[in-house]
Design a protein around this ligand. Structure first.
Ligand SMILES: C[S@@+](CC[C@H](N)C(=O)[O-])C[C@H]1O[C@@H](n2cnc3c(N)ncnc32)[C@H](O)[C@@H]1O
Length: 372
């Protein structure tokens, strides 16, 4: 560095930047440790069994006290676990070994309640799985190649279901479907629905449970996900009206019962190497008076609008997961999860839909209604 460049550094700005990095690196190491707490039942035991010292929690979980003690300290410093202080009368009450820890009601909800809209364990699970691909991603920057969804660690598949399901429970049948023209009434009366890129079938099962007169077909190219989806439908008691099959989105065909009244894509169109082919197949398979619903992550057409904490998370997830998936096979469209509403709507029109509108939105998702 030259003397001039050095002189131009604003040391207060540098200090702020380093301070931010300390916070960020702390978050980065916390994410896999929170996942570890989920895997080992530490959060659930604290939630169900109540406050504990490291020794008590280690005993209750059958784990080693020395590790449990360090984990509690890391989680308490992150605000994921609440430090209560020492047992009254203890010799050294504020030491890491003798203090008691608990989960506040909000911490218990976020880390142990899969039905809560604030349940975040899935985010730790799928993003930690994504970062396992750092070496592949480094190479991908040099070659331009991608890697498919199926190449990830299995935490990606289960973590994605756990991450997205709370949002589907909160919004799908109460807000998103009612925002589409005439669709809620059709499903209530009995309709045929295809859920493309269904993964473990969280959305399929939620829709099937809400619309008992309708029949659902979940389609995904990833066989292990489809196998798990079949299990989810059976557990929910909807397997008589829900079937799943292994197929690429571009191979979606009209079913034996005719065209679909509704075709859905939940958080998957941008992951597909051929999103245009997938939309064309949906256009061919949907009834002329039916609808296609695209649920996509929030994204912005302008870079300056994307420079916010959610945009940061999504662009990072896109690099580890969505963009390589979209580049993993011909025609390698590589949309990434930040394609933006304009590009998404243009694709739908290019695929033959007469209209593509944003029907509704949440903080995290855009919901598009495509009209044949
Ligand atoms: C982010 S996951 C979303 C899964 C599910 N829709 C959900 O919301 O939980 C993306 C899904 O798209 C699927 N997928 C990717 N490319 C596909 C393709 N060409 N055809 C069918 N499914 C595909 C993946 O297997 C994966 O299950």
């Amino acid at each position: 560095m030259t003397a001039t460049e050095h002189a131009s550094v604003d040391f207060e700005a540098l200090q702020r930047l380093v301070g931010q990095v300390i916070t960020d690196i702390g978050g980065a190491v916390t994410a896999p440790l929170a996942l570890l707490g989920d895997r080992l039942g530490l959060f659930t035991e604290l939630a169900s069994g109540g406050p504990a010292t490291p020794t008590a929690l280690a005993k209750r979980t059958g784990l080693v006290e020395r590790y449990v003690r360090e984990w509690l300290l890391a989680m308490a410093a992150s605000g994921y676990v609440t430090y209560e202080g020492g047992e009254p009368g203890a010799a050294d009450p504020d030491s890491a070994g003798s203090g008691r820890y608990r989960l506040s009601p909000e911490q218990a909800d976020a880390f142990t309640n899969p039905a809560s809209p604030g349940y975040v364990i899935g985010a730790f699970q799928n993003l930690t799985a994504g970062t396992r691909m750092l070496d592949r991603l480094t190479e991908a920057f040099r070659t331009g190649e991608g890697f498919g969804w199926h190449e990830h660690h299995e935490d990606m598949f289960v973590g994605t279901e756990r991450f997205f399901r709370p949002g589907y429970l909160a919004h799908l049948t109460g807000e998103w479907i009612p925002a589409l023209t005439g669709v809620a009434d059709r499903l209530a009366a009995g309709a045929l629905v295809a859920d493309v890129g269904c993964g473990l079938g969280a959305s399929t099962v939620i829709m099937a449970s809400a619309y008992p007169a309708s029949t659902f077909v979940g389609v995904d190219y990833h066989r292990p996900s489809i196998d798990m989806a079949c299990g989810r439908a059976a557990e929910a008691g909807v397997a008589d009206r829900v079937s799943f099959r292994v197929a690429g989105a571009a191979d979606l065909a009209t079913s034996a019962e005719g065209r679909y009244q509704l075709i859905t894509f939940f958080d998957c169109l941008h992951d597909m190497p051929d999103p245009l082919g997938a939309l064309r197949a949906a256009r061919a398979a949907v009834a002329e008076d039916g609808r296609v619903m695209l649920v996509e992550p929030m994204s912005w057409d302008r870079v300056s609008d994307a420079l916010n904490p959610l945009g940061r998370l999504l662009a990072g997830a896109s690099l580890f997961i969505c963009l390589p998936s979209g580049l993993s096979a011909p025609p390698a469209a590589g949309l990434g999860n930040q394609a933006g509403p304009r590009r998404t709507q243009e694709l739908a029109v290019e695929a033959g839909f007469s209209d593509a509108r944003v029907a509704t939105a949440t903080d995290f998702n855009l919901v598009y209604e495509l009209t044949p």
